[in-house]
Design a binder for this molecule. Structure first.
Ligand SMILES: Nc1ncnc2c1ncn2[C@@H]1O[C@H](COP(=O)(O)OP(=O)(O)OP(=O)(O)O)[C@@H](O)[C@H]1O
Ligand SMILES: [Mg+2]
Length: 357
């Protein structure tokens, strides 16, 4: 007997998604997020922050799908443009998809159906698009049991997806935007519009929704590290909404994820800021002749740097660029390593910070 009900369109009834406990947790999450938004602004070079955090998220979000890469593998692949493993490629595609979405939100201020398709296509690198063939079901990874059957008819998928987009783009809403984020995420995952990449596309939509609502200026809050640590709970709670239309535990989960990941990101940004200041001082004191602000900032934008990057950024000859990097290695700021034919210079203290969750 199939007890699973058909997916309703948005919005759910208010009583189901706005309990006192949810409202309290929504306030906590909003406070932490507000603080993060403020602190992010105090980083002098925003590209620095975005690069580092987005790559970390690309790695974490892909890990939910069991695409495991190491940080070193990733950065080296980016710095050297060498042969990439399938897994590294997926992570790099994910990062590209985040930036694609970010550009769309900045340019348009809303998302259309075809934008969702572009984001998903960038992740999975195929043209399958929105599901048109029946047969997609969600199974329990371990037992193989079917836990949820998303809508099968293309017409119904499109209808629900249009309804989803209407709500996604509606920035004036009675509900707190963070409660809405949780609802929208559930809905997107339950429509499950694509054959693959629904989880990763949905996680990118989360960050885009925060920016659309002015809760963040740049894409730096990601729930994936939290979801990774509490994965079975994530699946269980999505499923609880599917089965019995009980939203509260699921919404609380997402709100807690927002609060905790905001706090972690604040800590991370503070550490990066301190390290940047320390690095500037060490370079100024020990190598005043080569010290340049842009050079230090480059090492924070590209934690794995190389001579070419310095040549381009500072407009200097290769010889000079190489001398700068070697001097910075001598005073302990960088550590070099040969990868293939390239020498990669690692900002090792920064990498340590980025590796912490
Ligand atoms: N019971 C459920 N109801 C609705 N959505 C679910 C349910 N269980 C899992 N999901 C969603 O489906 C996603 C997996 O779908 P899919 O494989 O298409 O995405 P992915 O990006 O390839 O994978 P992953 O999310 O594992 O990285 C999960 O991340 C989750 O968001
Ligand atoms: Mg998948």
């Amino acid at each position: 007997m199939n007890l699973i009900k058909k997916l309703d369109k948005l919005p759910p009834t208010r009583e189901k998604v706005e309990t006192i406990e949810i409202l309290r947790q929504a306030t906590k999450a909003a406070n932490a997020l507000g603080e993060l938004k403020g602190i992010a602004k105090t980083i002098p070079n925003q590209a620095m922050l975005i690069n580092a955090v987005v790559l970390q998220e690309a790695k974490d979000s892909s890990e939910i799908e069991n695409i495991i890469t190491t940080q070193d593998e990733l950065y080296k692949a980016i710095a050297t443009k060498g042969k990439q493993t399938e897994q590294v490629k997926e992570v790099i595609n994910y990062r590209k998809a985040i930036f694609t979405g970010y550009d769309l939100i900045q340019e348009q201020g809303f998302l259309r159906m075809k934008d969702l398709e572009v984001i998903q296509k960038t992740i999975v690198e195929n043209n399958a698009g929105i599901r048109s063939m029946a047969g997609t079901v969600l199974k329990n990874n371990k037992t193989g049991e079917v836990v949820y059957t998303p809508p099968q008819e293309k017409e119904e998928i499109l209808y629900l997806l249009n309804n989803f987009l209407e709500h996604f783009n509606l920035t004036q809403n009675d509900l707190s935007p963070l409660i809405n984020l949780a609802i929208l995420h559930y809905q997107f995952e339950s429509i499950h519009p694509f054959y693959d990449g629904n989880g990763r596309t949905g996680r990118i939509l989360n960050i885009l929704y925060l920016m659309l609502n002015g809760l963040l200026d740049i894409p730096i809050l990601y729930l994936s590290s939290y979801v990774n640590e509490n994965k079975s709970e994530y699946y269980r709670l999505l499923n609880k909404v599917n089965r019995i239309d009980e939203w509260d535990e699921y919404i609380l989960y997402i709100l807690r994820a927002i609060e905790i990941t905001s706090k972690r990101t604040i800590e991370k940004i503070n550490s990066i800021k301190d390290l940047l200041n320390e690095t500037i001082i060490i370079a100024q004191e020990n190598e005043p002749k080569i010290y340049r602000k842009e050079l230090v900032e480059l090492l924070f934008e590209q934690p794995y740097s190389k001579i070419d990057f310095v040549v381009k950024r500072l407009n200097v000859e290769r010889k000079a660029a190489s001398r700068y990097l070697n001097k910075l290695e001598k005073i302990g700021i960088l550590k070099s390593q040969k990868v293939g034919r390239e020498i990669i210079y690692m900002n090792k203290e920064l990498i340590k910070i980025l590796k912490k969750h």
